[in-house]
Every structure is written in C-alpha cells, then in structure tokens.
Ligand binder design. Structure first.
Ligand code: ADP
Ligand code: MG
Length: 606
C-alpha cells in the first residue's frame, strides 16, 4: 500500500464511522479538526518558513467575532439590506473575517517581518494580548460576556445544527486545506517558501522576493486561523474572549511543535494529542490526587518538556518512521520528461556582460575593495585571484547585489545596477555560487537545483495549490535534472543535499546557478574540496560553458586549475588590483610573485 492509498483509506474509514461514533467522540474530533486547521497554518509559518507566532489565537478570534457581529448585530443586517436572520449573514461574516485577518496580518507583517530575530514573535505576543483585551472591552462585541445567539450554518438549504453535521464540514475543510498546502509545498512556490527558514540570502540570489513570501505565508496562516474561528463560532453559537487569549496562542504553537512543526500531518497529530491529553488529564488528575485544582497544567508542562527533550522534531517523523516499512513511499515519477522552458539567448561573443568600475568597499576602517575595475566578457573565463583576505568575496558581493559598494558602479549587460538587489541581478542574467555553500541540506539535490530556475516559472500560489502548475513544474524539474546530469551529479539526484561531500555541494550550487540560465556565472572557489578527478571534470564543464558563450568569473585558490582554464586573470591584493592579463603574463609579473611569495603557492611559479 502506498502512503496516498493509506491516507485515502483512513479518510474513507473516518467518513463511514462518522455516523456511528458516539456524540462525545464526534465532539472531540470536531475540536481536533478546528485546532488542526490553525496548526496547519503554524506548520507552514513556523516549521516550514521559520517564523514563530504566538498570536494565532487572536486571528481565530477575528474570524469568530467577525461572523458573530454580522450575524447578530441589527445594524449589520440593515446595513446590508438583509433580513435579520438571513442565511447569508454567516457567509458574509466569513468573508469579512478573512478580509480583516488578511489586512491585519499584512500590516503586522509589514511592520515586523522586515526586522530580523525576535521581533516577529514579540510582535505576535503584543498583538495576541492587545486583541484579547480589545475583544473584552468593546461594548458592541459584548465585552467579557461576549455575543450569544449565533445562527447555525446553512449550506445549500441544509442546516448544520448538530456537531455531527458541522464536524463533517470542519473535516472536509481541514482535509482540503492539507491537500492544498501539500500541493503548494510540492511546487516552485513551495521551494521558495522552504528557503525562507535558512536560505534567504541564497534565495534572493535566485530571484526570490523573500520579504514578500514571508508576508504571504504569514497572511496564509492568519487566514486559516480565521477560517477555523468562523467554524468555531458557529459550532459554539456564541463567542467570548477567553478562547482567543495568549495562552491558547501558545497552546497552538505547542501543538505544532509536539506534532512536528515541519510536517503538515504533524498539525493533526499535535492537535489530537494535546486536545485528548487536556481532556483526560482534567478528568483523571483530580480523582487521582484527591483534590480539585488545575493540576493538568503542571503535568501538561512536564509532559511537554519530556516530548521536546526526546523528540525535538516532534512526534510525526517518529510515527512516519514506524509505519514506514509498511507503506511504500510515493514513487518518484520521472518528472520532467515533458516540457521545455523558454531559453534565454546568450549575448554575442566578446561582449562585456558584467562591468565593474572603480568599486570601493569600506568596512569601518578597512578598505576591502579599492578602485577595482574588472569586466567579464561573453565566451571567456576570467579568474580573480589573490591571497586570503584580499577582498575577492567582498567584490563578488558588490557585483551580485548582495551588498552595495561604498562607491563605484556595476553594469550588467546594458543596465546600470547601482543600488539594485541581488534579485535584480538574478533577473538580469547573473548566476552565482557562494564561497560558504548555501544549500537546503534537508532537501534533495533536485529540489535545490530547481530553486535556481525560480525566475523561469510563473505559476502562483493558487495554481500550485490546485495543481494547475503541473506542466510548468515538469519543465522546471526537467531543466534541473538536465543541469544536474550535465554537472555529473545524476546519481545523487534524489539524495539529501546535506548528505553530499562538501565538494559535491559546490557542484550542486553550480547546477543551481545554471538552472537559471545565466549570461554570466560567478563562482567563488568552486574547486575547493574537490578530488583531483572531479576538479578536472569541473574544468571541462567550465570550458564547455565558455565555448557555448557564457561569461564566467571565477575565484579560485588552486593555481593549476586557474591557469588551465582562465583566458584572463586579475590579481587582487589588499583590496587593490595589482596585475591583470593572460595567465602567462600574470605568472611572471613581479608584483604577483611578490604577493604570493612565502611559499603559499609555489604552483604559481611552476
Ligand atoms: P577573500 O575572499 O579575498 O579571502 P574577503 O573579501 O572575504 O577576502 O575579505 C576581505 C577583507 O574584508 C578581510 O579583511 C575581511 O576580514 C574583511 N571583511 C569581509 N567582510 C566583512 C564584513 N562584512 N565586515 C567587516 N569586514 C569584512
Ligand atoms: Mg573569499
């Protein structure tokens, strides 16, 4: 049985059992479904995209209060010109709640997400607290007593009055959401989202607007919370501020962490475990201890510590591992057999693709680059060499938009790139690798390389969720596959990139840059850590790319490697260009010999 078949079977069993299960079980399942919906958003936000929020309960509250107000306030109905008990009101409440939550999340995200570190969690705590007190203090929302008398939802003339009926809606919404989120993660947009947690500098260099993606994920999580709040309100038929306070916000986060914050099904597992545990501890503990009190909170906390101590990834991965032997993993389809992406035409041979003039970069008192002039032409390999600390990596950052020069200018083809981000450089046809490898270690080589083709796809989130992006996705993966094979990593295609040797990870970075079909390729020490044979293969590859018309700028310490492949060499020392010319000229340049003297690189004179 495959995992998918197992999932479908479980869903079918649940559906069949739904009519027979006792009322209490159904009620519990209903709550689990509602919580899991919120937690699924948190999994996306925290586990996948690396942003922590304590304030999801407040978004649930927005969804609940929005529908409560629209359904009960006479002003709302008359404003809309509807009868006071119209069946349309809950749906208007739903839309209002979603819009409100999205707007608030967007504003909150704009303010906090651009800042790094702990501002977002702190911001969400402040937001969670203030909204709770706002709910309690607003007269028209019923103050601390809340709003009662919400109507039951009606769906196409069918009234969802009982828990059993409403629970069906809850679980249908939950399962559809999980399906959509799963699809989203399994797409071009999903690759970009996954890079938010640990690879933002790298993703920007692949053309991903990470700030925008972060806000979008934040809004997505808020929408799911709000949706859950809407159903919650119509299940309870009244709302008050208590279920939306900061404690509950923290509980949602616990559910995500215990279930496994990196896994969508972890949301369901976490919500189920914590809901059931709370329920049973509340019942059992007082009888066990012989006196009443909130003991469950203490035991709960201890159990939580234990789980976090033993299973830092949450429980889902363990469960999945346990069932692993019985369930076949999804077969890796030969994705990418079909479809080709539009090809970029390389600039004509000999044309200056990237030109840097008078680049200066100051770090406090240190002048890391001083009046550096350098250009890279189509169809040539230009090597930038120099002792450690000469300013080569700094220069790379200047000419790829990762950092701005203190003065000087950079042109990419016809465009003046002053002040532009690395995203703009990527869009303009620049591909690069990093000296300190930046890959997503727990994603496959294929996934990592496909991220490099980000700008060659168009499909958005909705298309990805509904799987309307499959042709484009196949083409993107096909391109990634071709580049991986071309770079000689075909056998490692589906391995986790983090498990490869460092030298191979560098090759993954090259393949990733190539997937973006760059006109100019910047390689920062690509041969470091490669065995001799692989170095030769890399040299072959670079020469082939050059012959195809690519412009290549390479920083490398291995002189033999450099001198074999470079057409021109520029030598940097203490941030200044001390020599420039063909490999033969540079090797006999007295200044260069001087700079390298001390036996650091005897190879230079050899
Ligand atoms: P290379 O790549 O040639 O070995 P780098 O460009 O990494 O050299 O570094 C050049 C000099 O600039 C070094 O002295 C380094 O310490 C300094 N440097 C690089 N980045 C920074 C930074 N972000 N802040 C301060 N100093 C830096
Ligand atoms: Mg360096």
């Amino acid at each position: 049985m495959t995992r998918r078949q197992f999932t479908l079977l479980a869903v079918a069993l649940l559906l069949v059992a739904w009519g027979f299960l006792p009322e209490f079980t159904i009620t519990m399942l209903n709550y689990i479904g509602l919580y899991a919906l919120v937690v699924a958003g948190l999994v996306m936000l925290t586990g996948v995209a690396g942003m922590t929020s304590f304030g999801q309960a407040a978004f649930v509250g927005l969804g609940a209060y929005a529908t409560a107000w629209f359904c009960t306030a006479p002003a709302a109905a008359s404003l809309l010109g509807l009868a006071p008990a119209s069946g349309a009101l809950p749906w208007i409440g739903l839309v209002a709640g979603l819009l409100l939550s999205a707007a608030v999340a967007w504003c909150l995200g704009e303010v906090t997400l651009r800042l790094s570190g702990h501002y977002l969690p702190l911001g969400t705590i402040a937001w969670g607290l203030s909204l709770y007190f706002l709910f309690g203090n607003l007269e028209f929302l019923g103050g601390h007593t809340g709003i009662a008398g919400l109507p039951a939802l009606s769906l196409g003339g069918l009234e969802l009055r009982s828990v059993r009926e409403l629970g069906l809606l809850t679980w249908a919404v939950l399962l559809l959401t999980l399906w959509a989120l799963h699809n989203l993660l399994d797409s071009r947009e999903g690759r970009a989202i996954r890079s938010l947690k640990s690879g933002r500098v790298m993703a920007e260099s692949m053309g991903v607007d990470t700030a925008r993606y972060r806000i979008k994920v934040f809004v997505l999580a808020a929408l799911l919370a709000s949706l859950s709040g809407w159903m919650y309100a119509h299940l309870q038929r009244f709302v008050n501020p208590t279920p939306f306070n900061l404690n509950i916000g923290i509980e949602y986060l616990f559910m995500a962490v215990v279930g496994g914050a990196g896994h969508l099904w972890g949301a369901v597992l976490g919500a189920a475990l914590i809901t059931l545990m709370k329920q049973y501890l509340q019942d059992i503990l007082p009888t066990l201890l012989g006196s009443s009190g909130n003991f469950e909170v203490i035991v709960f906390g201890l159990l939580m510590l234990l789980v976090l101590q033993r299973f830092s990834e949450g429980l889902w991965p363990n469960l999945a591992q346990f069932f692993g032997p019985y369930l076949r993993p999804p077969t890796v389809r030969n994705k990418g057999a079909a479809g080709h992406l539009a090809a970029r035409k390389l600039p004509e041979r000999g044309r200056i693709v990237l030109g840097a003039s008078n680049i200066c970069k100051r770090f406090g008192g240190l002048l890391a680059n001083h009046d550096v002039n350098l250009d890279v032409r189509s169809g040539e390999v230009h090597a930038l060499i120099g002792p450690n600390g000469a300013g080569k990596s700094t220069f790379f950052n200047m000419i790829s938009g990762v950092d701005d020069p203190t003065s000087g200018s950079v042109r990419l083809l016809d465009a003046d790139m002053r002040g532009l981000s690395s995203r703009a450089f990527a869009a303009g046809g620049l591909g690069r690798t990093f000296q300190h490898v930046r890959i997503l270690g727990n994603r496959s080589v294929l996934d990592n390389v496909a991220l490099g083709a980000h700008l060659r796809g168009r499909s958005g989130w909705i298309a990805a969720m509904l799987r309307l992006d499959r042709d484009e996705e196949a083409a993107l993966l096909g391109e990634a596959r071709r580049q991986i094979e071309r770079c000689g990593l075909g056998a490692q295609m589906h391995e986790m990139a983090g498990a490869l040797a460092l030298g191979q990870q560098r090759i993954v970075e090259i393949a990733r840059a190539l997937a973006g079909q760059p006109s100019v390729l910047l390689l920062d020490e690509p041969a470091a850590g490669l065995p001799y044979m692989d170095k030769q293969a890399l040299g072959q590859l670079l020469m082939q790319l050059r012959d195809e018309g690519m412009a290549i700028l390479v920083v490398e310490h291995d002189m033999e490697f450099v001198m074999n492949i470079a057409d021109r060499v520029t030598v940097l020392e203490f941030g200044e260009v001390i020599a420039h010319g063909s490999p033969a000229e540079v090797q006999v340049n007295p200044k260069v010999v001087e700079a390298y003297l001390g036996g650091v690189d005897a190879g230079l004179q050899a």
